[in-house]
Design a protein around this ligand. Structure first.
Ligand code: ADP
Length: 477
């Protein structure tokens, strides 16, 4: 049995801003189910919603500040959660990274540097809890200083650093660095320094014993200039201690046979019930009810990463085809406005909801025939997995986790029954349009379509499989 300290800045359902929270809420549970002794450690934000009881555990003095460590459980699980309680930094409204107005907290470098220092104390058991982890598993830049600081300790735990998105690095101007009082031996271009900035993520990339990212393809992509943001050289240098492990999905929450958000549950054995959700979805979006017309769906952040600009370029032509399109998301205000204008122009073809709506997301996955996910980059991505589980054919760009989880429909994959979606290469509107046309042709052949649906629905996207890979990695360190 391994002792694992899982360090994260968000974990569903305690606190969530994105995909990192989904992983941090699911992977520790899956590891606990494999009989591992795992604890999560996370800052005690004001917005954090603990449902289990919270008790005081111990105090630490770090950087001349008094820190309390509180203990609770991850809701509906036995996974222990340690909360780093320091109200001066964390007891504010807003989310973990930005204030109520969406501006990054001005003292983010100080906040997460303190969090990292506290974790190091806990990892070295300087709170005298008689619990010292074998492995400290860090996630994203907010935890990047931990492998760096631990590298200076004797008899330290092994460290793993997982990259969930290279686009966020925690870069701060040199003027902030003095404030953080970091050990001088970490400050050089092969250490935490990056073009005259302090780079939190480099702490993880340089000093961890092993780096993982959330899909095998993304692990290769970040070693190239296109995806590496200037850190591709370092990542290439570490290629023997860098690998990808695909995220799982929460099979309890995303099961079309038990999903409480769905008016009509369905399964491989009762696939015809999926159509009733399609009708419900058309009604919900005030589109004409029509079982036959192919219905395309999209859910997500409306930002360039997700290829929304490619969709915008395709839409005029797309909306002249015989199809319907529903969209749920929010993000870039320019995209939001352009999409709303188009929906007004084509009320019988396209409808959208701007905002975040968990229930509607489930209905879109269930009621659509095709799901669009033309991301420019995608470390792992979840929606393409939900789609396959819900018998909805995803159209994805061949990048990151999309390339690893969707099998393109080609003569060979049709023959050996592995085809589960449509994959295109180039990040261009014309390639996306071609993929959409391919989808329409396949949709017109009901037998092949159904076969693809079933292939997707029967795939194993469980966390158990991924947790076993992480465990094998911990064992190897
Ligand atoms: P990312 O983490 O880059 O945003 P992922 O596909 O990995 O993308 O995860 C996004 C998650 O958030 C998915 O579970 C998706 O369904 C959900 N989501 C995104 N936008 C919305 C929205 N507007 N309403 C409901 N769920 C959303």
């Amino acid at each position: 049995m391994k002792k694992i300290l899982f360090v994260t800045s968000e974990a569903h359902p305690l606190i969530k801003t994105g995909g990192l929270a989904d992983v941090s809420g699911s992977l520790p549970k899956a590891l606990a189910e494999l009989d591992q002794d795992i604890r999560i450690i996370i800052p005690n934000y004001q917005a954090l919603k603990a449902t289990e009881s919270v008790r005081f555990l111990f105090s630490l003095r770090v950087d001349n500040r008094n820190i309390n460590i509180l203990e609770t459980k991850l809701p509906d699980s036995k996974v222990i959660v340690w909360l780093v309680d320091y109200p001066t930094f964390f007891n504010y409204p807003g989310n973990p990274y930005v204030d109520e107005f969406g501006e990054p907290w001005v003292n983010n470098a100080e906040r997460f540097a303190l969090f990292c220092r506290v974790v190091v104390e806990v990892a070295m058991d300087r709170g005298y809890q008689d619990w010292k982890p074998d492995v400290v598993h860090c996630n994203d830049w907010q935890t990047g200083l931990i492998p760096a600081l631990l590298s200076l300790e004797h008899d330290r735990p092994a460290t793993v650093f997982t990259i969930h998105n290279m686009a966020y690095q925690g870069l701060y101007p040199v003027s902030d660095v003095a404030l953080l009082n970091l050990p001088g031996q970490l400050w050089h271009p092969e250490g935490l320094e990056f073009h005259n900035h302090l780079s939190f993520i480099k702490g993880g990339l340089v000093y961890s014993d092993f780096i993982t990212t959330v899909s095998p393809t993304y692990a290769l992509e970040i070693q190239t200039a296109e995806y590496g943001y200037g850190l591709e050289g370092l990542l290439e240098y570490r290629k023997d201690t860098l690998g990808g492990i695909i995220n799982g999905i929460d099979l309890d929450q995303w099961d079309p046979n038990t999903d409480t958000y769905l008016p009509h549950k369905f399964s491989v054995a009762a696939l015809d019930q999926k159509l009733l959700n399609k009708t419900e979805l058309q009604t919900r979006f005030s589109l004409p009810s029509n079982e036959k017309v192919p219905l395309f769906g999209l859910i997500g952040r409306l930002v360039e990463q997700k290829g929304i600009d490619l969709i915008m370029d395709c839409l005029p032509e797309m909306l002249n085809m015989d199809l319907q399109f529903v969209l749920l998301g929010s993000g870039d205000k320019v995209f939001e406005k352009q999409l709303q204008d188009l929906a007004l122009q084509y009320p019988d073809k396209m409808a959208l909801k701007i905002g975040y709506d968990e229930g509607l997301a489930h209905l879109i996955e269930a009621g659509s025939d095709v799901f669009l996910m033309p991301s420019r980059f995608e470390p792992c991505g979840l929606n393409q997995m939900y789609s396959q589980r819900y018998g909805t054919i995803p159209i994805v760009r061949k990048t990151g986790g999309l390339a690893d989880t969707v099998t393109d429909t080609l003569p060979e994959s049709i023959l050996n029954n592995t085809a589960s979606g449509i994959v295109f290469n180039e990040a261009s509107a014309s390639s996306l349009l071609e993929a959409i046309k391919r989808a329409l042709i396949l949709y017109s052949i009901p037998d092949s379509w159904k076969k693809m649906q079933i292939t997707g629905m029967e795939k194993d996207f469980s966390w158990q499989k991924s947790a076993e890979e992480y465990l094998a990695l911990y064992d190897s360190l």
